[in-house]
Design a protein around this ligand. Structure first.
Ligand SMILES: [Fe+2]
Length: 537
């Protein structure tokens, strides 16, 4: 499929060249981004349920300066798009995370940083700076909104003004903090890990929990089987399962001008399982000094997890994730085979959603059984009702690529996650799947789930997600009721097309400590008495 814009078309810029060409994704129709501001009381079609009261925080990759050529699409400054919903009204604020890196570049008024996570490619005067763009996730914890990038510690951001408050607010151990820490709702802890935690290319992993006040507990250090891309994890009541992607980090490659990551088609999908608490009872057969075990399967990329749980009768762990059979980052494959069929590799361009079984009594480096396919279509960025995280759940809300469709969507390639074009609600108990299809020329993003009430049944509530309408170059936020999933109860029209979100999270107003506004507010206004109806004095 040809993504080259017509030179005379709206995105062709009449054939004029720019350093910005490296930063404009064809999948975004040339969406420029790069602005900050607010928009109050957005247009709403339908009715947003009154019970929805909180903020949907989305983070977008939005390079402030043109990124260096050759970078993967995960490079670029983090820009926050916050949507606050109250009494059926929606306010919006957009603001960059003022990272150390962005402040350095804005002062110099030019790009100073090179390849993603390769400090040797940065300008020598900034190599000692934190090069995190804070562009991957936003998590609210201990009264702080955290802008996360797994290459560094979090930036704390004011949840109302979105002003950047500081780096490393919890003075966390190690050099890195995952973009996917997990909240255990039963113990009220944020379970955190960091990899390459002792520096660039190291195989050291730190695991710990932050309590409700941000105080650290249960710190432990383990080793990875190789310096691997460990983007996501899942937690059960007693274990953390780290999911390793088949890419290698090698400092010599970086010094030679290569990427931080090199795709390795010889590596399998790999899990590291570790007890969450160093002093807890170890599984049967584990040695007294054994801190973790490694399990693997065939080559595949398990991009994100939905959740995990323990089976109390067998002691086995279950984890659900996407399973992708091709390299999702073509830029990170330095030696593609000569007969490669697509930019995404020579492997079958296939993906599905599966359940893995991990038997902790099996020795380390064992192979896990074939997973059970729970959704036989490409799916990614799935969410569950996180009030029950660590426990078994029945409902999954998953962006998917609709199969066998004739929708004329220009991104109709099995590219996860940017080609996703519908939401599936999977009820595992009944085996039924309901779909919300936004229609032609639309893509969907990672959704959020809001329970109908504090005590609502698992999976009962609303699903919100941003729809990118490629035909009219606009973004709409849809509100879906889980009781009638196929048609939105409300659509919020944004006044522009936003950049694509990486991740986003819902922060209920009851949870938030701060009590400010995203947009400017108005005090009581006194009528001046100077209208045309009033007599001239
Ligand atoms: Fe992620």
């Amino acid at each position: 499929m040809n993504f080259q814009p017509d030179p005379k078309g709206p995105n062709g810029f009449f054939g004029l060249k720019s350093t910005w060409s490296t930063s404009l994704s064809p999948l975004e129709n040339g969406v420029g981004g790069r602005f900050e501001g607010e928009a109050s009381d957005l247009a709403v079609f339908g009715e947003i349920p009154a019970e929805i009261n909180g903020t949907f925080y989305r983070i977008m990759v939005d390079p402030f300066y043109p990124i260096a050529e050759g970078n993967p699409p995960i490079e670029g400054d983090g820009n926050i798009c916050a949507l606050r919903i109250k009494d059926g009204h929606v306010d919006l604020r957009v603001r960059y995370v003022d990272t150390e890196r962005l402040r350095l570049e804005r002062h110099a008024n030019k790009r100073l940083f090179g390849l993603y996570r390769n400090p040797f490619s940065h300008h020598p005067c900034v190599r000692a700076a934190v090069d995190s763009t804070a562009n991957t996730n936003l998590v609210y914890w201990a009264g702080k909104l955290l802008a996360l990038k797994e290459s560094a510690q979090p930036y704390a951001v004011d949840p109302d003004t979105l002003e950047t408050l500081g780096y490393d607010p919890f003075l966390s151990p190690g050099k890195t903090f995952s973009a996917h820490p997990k909240v255990d709702p039963y113990t009220n802890e944020l379970v955190v890990f960091g990899y390459e935690a002792k520096g660039l290319g190291t195989d050291d992993i730190v695991i710990y929990a932050l309590d409700k006040d941000g105080k650290k507990h249960n710190e432990q250090w383990i080793k990875a089987p190789w310096p691997a891309f460990i983007h996501d994890c899942a937690i059960t009541e007693n274990f953390i399962i780290l999911v390793l992607w088949p890419y290698n980090a090698d400092v010599e490659t970086m010094k030679a001008g290569g990427h931080h990551w090199t795709y390795d088609r010889n590596r399998g999908a790999t899990f590291i399982v570790a007890p969450r608490r160093p002093d807890q009872t170890k599984p049967a057969g584990w040695g007294p000094d054994e801190t973790s075990r490694v399990y693997h399967w065939d080559h595949a990329i398990l991009l994100h997890t939905a959740g995990a749980w323990e089976d109390p009768s067998s002691g086995k762990l279950y984890l659900e994730s996407s399973r992708i059979f091709y390299n999702v980052f073509p830029a990170l494959d330095p030696s593609p085979p000569p007969n490669q069929m697509t930019p995404f590799g020579d492997l079958p361009m296939r993906a599905d959603y599966v359940r893995w079984e991990i038997d902790l009594t099996q020795p380390t480096n064992s192979r896990v059984p074939e997973p059970e396919v729970i959704l036989d279509m490409p799916g990614e960025m799935a969410r569950v009702d996180e009030r029950f995280l660590t426990h078994k759940y029945d409902t999954i809300f998953c962006p998917v690529i609709v199969p066998e469709t004739e929708k004329p969507c220009p991104t109709r390639l099995p590219i996860l996650p940017v080609g996703l074009d519908a939401y599936a609600m999977l009820d595992k108990k009944t085996g039924t799947t309901k779909m919300f299809d936004p229609g032609h020329n639309c893509t969907v993003e990672e959704p959020i789930f809001i329970p109908r009430s504090k005590d609502a049944e698992e999976g009962d509530g609303w699903v919100l997600g941003m729809i990118q309408r490629l035909d009219v170059n606009r973004s709409d936020l849809v509100v879906l009721d889980t009781k009638q999933f196929e048609k939105p109860v409300a659509v919020v029209q944004l006044p522009f097309r936003t950049k694509i979100q990486i991740h986003g999270n819902w922060v209920d107003e009851n949870v938030k400590v701060q009590r400010g506004s995203l947009v400017r507010t108005y005090d009581a206004v006194t009528v001046s008495g100077r209208s045309a109806l009033e007599a001239e004095a």
